[in-house]
Design a protein around this ligand. Structure first.
Ligand SMILES: O=C(CO)[C@@H](O)[C@H](O)[C@H](O)[C@H](O)COP(=O)(O)O
Ligand SMILES: [Zn+2]
Length: 195
């Protein structure tokens, strides 16, 4: 069993190593960080959504920004569309689960916001529908995905595709990337910035 555990850990760091060596993906992460920093100079916010483990990632990342990541500073506006059970159950019940994020984005998204859709397959219909609403409203879209990127990577303004076919390994890399983005936003806006 210990060898199995070691193998899982190895697969996790090998996925992260592949990101570390992927200049194109690293450049896109830089692009996302710059877009977020720019957004926060105005009255805009980031909005995030995902299903299952990715729902947890969405609210985890939003909380890093609204609360704090590394040091005390003013709150940074960020909204996870995964947390309001009244919205989720009412929209799911009345319009269908495929609309749970798009309907909230329609109501709460504003031009200039950035919407992060988090999905390991890149094919979750409720995120694809939210991407469509985002485009109509002038909201920039970031796909945090894996595998071949799915439909979401084709639709997004910026697609961060983790080079792995394993759902847990992709999720582990998503939260790594999410943490790095929160870290950089916080330091660029309220700290000494990063090189
Ligand atoms: O956390 C996990 C698996 O590690 C699951 O909860 C997983 O997130 C769910 O099966 C999701 O519904 C998968 O959706 P997606 O990543 O393809 O968008
Ligand atoms: Zn998981």
């Amino acid at each position: 069993m210990k060898n199995y555990i070691k193998d899982q850990i190895k697969k996790s760091y090998e996925t992260k190593q592949a990101i570390y060596e992927n200049e194109e993906l690293l450049n896109k992460i830089v692009e996302v960080c710059r877009a977020c920093v720019e957004l926060y100079k105005g009255k805009n916010k980031t909005i995030l959504a995902g299903n299952g483990g990715s729902a947890a990632d969405a609210q985890h990342i939003a909380a890093e920004l609204v609360g704090r990541y590394g040091f005390d500073r003013p709150s940074i506006p960020s909204l996870a569309l995964t947390t309001d059970t009244s919205n989720l159950t009412a929209i799911g019940n009345d319009y269908g689960y495929d609309k749970v994020f798009s309907r909230q984005l329609e109501g709460m998204g504003q031009e200039g916001d950035i919407f992060f859709g988090i999905s390991t397959s890149g094919n979750s219909k409720n995120i694809i529908n939210a991407f469509e609403v985002a485009k109509q409203k002038g909201i920039k879209t970031v796909a945090l995905v894996g595998r071949d990127g799915g439909e979401m990577a084709k639709m997004a303004d910026i697609a961060l595709v983790v080079p792995s076919d394993s759902t847990p390994r992709i999720q582990e890399s998503h939260i790594l990337i999410g943490h790095i983005i929160c870290d950089i936003i916080e330091k660029e806006i309220f700290g000494d910035g990063v090189n």
